[in-house]
Write a protein that binds this ligand. Structure first.
Ligand code: ATP
Length: 299
């Protein structure tokens, strides 16, 4: 029996490892809400999407046919520009980013990148060229090095270090007992919301995609971290075609265009200044947010 102990113990270890990896995968796919019905067309194209200009053209969408979510959504993000979406909870903001990444297909209308309907592109080709900094970054139960390198598995150590530096998480990592080899995630060191977002930013820097989706965390980070993350995002979104789903208006006041959504429709659009001057929904939201934050800001 004693002879069996070693192998059985090892099998137990393997089982636990596999179970944990599966839990990671489930979490990842659950979060990403991957839809098995999305398939590549027989003649799916592989194209380079550098200098991507994104267009939503009269898009309607419902997760369930009896509950329409988006209606008649049209907007463009010219190459290298930033469009931000704001609106009340459940208005359909994050749904726009899921459709751009093609987790789901639109019911009406089309989403085009440089004129290519996303349904005509190979999914792997489309997704390789879009970087997502999600609301809540999933960390693998692995080293922080692995978690950053995940953005580009072929990356050299120097590239990973550079990415960590540009996401301003390098100094934090160097303070950890095992540096880049420190295990993070459920079974390792728990990272704060701001640190996790920085890991996501570092991944995206490594991936170096022409299109960027930033889904701002609903829960506020402390204001210093918030400002730092904004500055980092601003740096990586420069020259990339960027869609920002925003929960705090203060973070997107310099976007090239802001879309205000209500009940699945765009009800106002313009720059921050234009929207304030229009004295409509956005101006009201801005006034409310200033009031809630209790600190008047320069406009
Ligand atoms: P928030 O600001 O709270 O993040 P949001 O504007 O981003 O909200 P979405 O996440 O786009 O809102 O959701 C829009 C609507 O679609 C909501 O009513 C939501 O309940 C519904 N919805 C979101 N995901 C799914 C899904 N996977 N299946 C069915 N309905 C969904």
């Amino acid at each position: 029996l004693l002879q069996l102990y070693g192998p059985l113990n090892f099998l137990g270890f393997v089982y636990r490892e596999i179970k944990n990896s599966l839990a990671d995968m489930e979490k990842m796919f659950g979060l990403m809400a991957r839809n098995a019905e999305i398939k590549d067309s027989d003649n799916a194209k592989t194209v380079n999407l550098d200098n991507a200009s994104v267009e939503f053209s009269n898009v309607d969408f419902a997760y369930d046919s009896n509950r329409p979510i988006l209606h008649g959504i049209s907007f463009q993000i010219p190459a290298g520009k930033t469009v931000a979406v704001v609106g009340s909870s459940g208005a359909g903001k994050s749904t726009l980013s899921r459709l751009l990444y093609r987790f789901y297909d639109v019911n009406q209308g089309a989403i085009r990148i440089n004129g290519h309907d996303v349904r005509e592109l190979a999914q792997s080709n489309l997704r390789a060229q879009i970087g997502i900094v999600p609301q809540d970054t999933v960390l693998f139960n692995d080293t922080i090095y692995y978690n950053i390198a995940y953005g580009k598995p072929s990356a050299s150590r120097e590239e990973v270090i550079e990415a960590a530096k540009s996401a301003h998480i390098y100094d934090f990592i160097m303070q950890l007992p095992d540096g880049f080899d420190t295990t993070v995630g459920e079974r390792g060191l728990k990272l704060s919301g701001g640190e996790k977002q920085r890991v996501a930013i570092a991944r995206t820097v490594l991936k170096n995609p022409p299109i960027l989706i930033f889904d701002e965390a609903t829960s506020a980070l402390d204001s210093q971290t918030e400002k730092a993350i904004q500055a980092e995002l601003k740096a990586i979104s420069a020259n990339r075609t960027t869609l920002v789903v925003a929960h705090r208006l203060s973070t997107i006041s310099d976007a090239d265009e802001i879309l205000v959504m209500q009940h699945g429709q765009i009800v106002e659009r313009g720059t921050h200044r234009q929207l304030l001057a229009a004295a409509g929904v956005y101006a009201q939201m801005w006034a409310l947010q200033l009031h809630d934050e209790g600190e008047p800001q320069a406009i």
